[in-house]
Ligand binder design. Structure first.
Ligand code: SAJ
Length: 403
């Protein structure tokens, strides 16, 4: 094959399919044998619009194959997870083991690219690792960092059309990587060095996290000040140079709530705002759970009986089925931990069933419950008719959309 793609997850598999669509031979590698056999059967193990067709075609036409071990190629892409170990310490061991797996296969003029979100300096670190084990290759490889920036749910479009930032360990590497991506990307390709490209990815997601933290902080202030935060933000955004994001029940997903820690852990003294934003966004989820608790007690005091409660939405953002790192799920768990013989209805219209939560249809839950807690602004919920006899806790601005 021309290309070896290590890691066939949410980014690796769509990218592999895209390269294969271009009639380039791609060999995908994943440590999970089930993932490998699924892909070789022309099927997919993740949910992403249009990915199924792309993989099925690529496999059928013979441009995409997968296995659990890498093979020799000219270009190697590392697209594996970079999770956290202990307390907010980035863990690059998957990047390291993926790199080690291909070291014996490397030959002069090969192109090595990391796409995984990584702490600053990771590409240089991997370069040193490779050259220490294969000194005869010293300076003979092209190495670059090129982060992905696609939005889950719109990956197949954004992969092709988003601009990319491409940073080599030297200018020749940057140019080689640009030539590679130019084959299948329509967005602009921007040249830089590896360290800047690494930081760029972290900064993009930290920027969004800080902006959401600002909105979440406003929501806490407005709650005390008896002001509708959604109206307030809408009005403030009428200013030509103000663009405040939306408060919610916290920040979730695998990127925005994680990437800022890559900066904070390496530059703790300097990253005051970035670190604080994470705290504010985490606190927002805790605050929401506490609000539910208070509403329960108030209801019981007023009505002399326990309320029934509907928790509306579990996904990490509107109109997706992804529950990983979801603040709504965290709030639901916390609320259920505090349960005291109340009746609960848990709602997530984007999934059929869940192994922990017993799910209820959203209309039924809404009609039956005394307290309605809107956690995620799913489109379905906007069709509900608000009635005055219910206590409504709106943590995601859905009321504005229902009105
Ligand atoms: N959120 C708010 N208020 C807002 C916007 C979002 O509370 O105004 C919350 C969402 O509900 C969700 C979280 O933020 O819990 C993150 O959602 P998101 O839609 O902002 O982003 P992700 O995590 O789906 O994807 C992000 C994107 N990054 C940026 O927009 C800078 C995407 O382009 C990246 O490729 C992706 O992270 C990634 O893989 O890094």
């Amino acid at each position: 094959p021309e290309v070896v793609m290590i890691g066939l997850g949410y980014i690796g598999l769509p990218t592999a399919a895209l390269i294969a669509q271009n009639k380039t031979q791609v060999h995908g590698v994943d440590i999970n044998p089930k993932v490998v056999s699924t892909i070789n059967a022309g099927q997919i193990h993740i949910i992403e619009p249009d990915l199924d067709k792309a993989v099925a075609t690529a496999v059928k036409e013979g441009f995409l194959r997968a296995s659990t071990t890498p093979v020799e190629a000219n270009t190697y892409l590392i697209v594996v997870p970079t999770p956290f170990k202990g307390k907010n310490e980035p863990d690059i061991s998957f990047v390291e083991s993926a790199t080690k797996a291909i070291i014996p296969l490397l030959k002069p003029n090969d192109l090595y690219i990391i796409e995984s979100t990584s702490p600053v300096g990771t590409t240089e670190k991997m370069m040193n690792l490779i050259y220490s084990e294969r000194p005869e290759l010293d300076q003979k490889l092209y190495m670059a960092y090129c982060p992905e920036r696609v939005l889950p749910g719109n990956v197949m479009y954004e992969l092709v059309h988003n601009d990319r930032v491409i940073g080599g360990v030297n200018n020749e590497s940057t140019e080689r990587a640009i030539d590679f991506y130019a084959q299948f990307i329509k967005g602009d390709l921007h040249r830089t060095n590896a360290r800047t490209a690494e930081m760029c990815k972290l900064v993009e997601n930290s920027s969004r996290d800080v902006q959401i933290a600002f909105a979440n902080e406003l929501s806490l202030i407005c709650d005390k000040a008896d002001i509708n935060v959604w109206d307030l933000i809408n009005l403030a955004n009428k200013h030509p140079r103000v663009n405040i994001l939306q408060p919610g029940c916290g920040v979730g997903g695998h990127c925005i709530a994680v990437d800022p820690y890559f900066i904070v852990s390496d530059y703790p003294m300097e990253s005051q705002i970035i670190g604080k934003a994470r705290e504010v966004n985490n606190y927002k989820s805790f605050w929401c759970a506490e609000k539910v608790q208070t509403a329960k007690l108030e209801f019981e005091l007023k009505n002399g009986r326990k309320p029934s409660i509907a928790l509306m939405g579990l996904a990490f953002k509107p109109n997706i089925d992804d529950l990983r790192e979801s603040p709504a799920k965290y709030i639901a768990q916390k609320v259920l931990q505090n349960a005291n013989n109340e009746e609960y209805y848990i709602v997530e219209p984007n999934i059929d069933s869940h192994k922990v939560f017993k799910l209820t249809d959203y209309k039924e839950a809404y009609n039956k419950a005394d307290i309605i807690v809107f956690l995620v602004a799913h489109n379905e919920f906007t069709a509900l008719k608000l009635s005055n006899d219910k206590v409504i806790l709106d943590f995601c601005g859905i009321i504005q959309k229902i009105k």
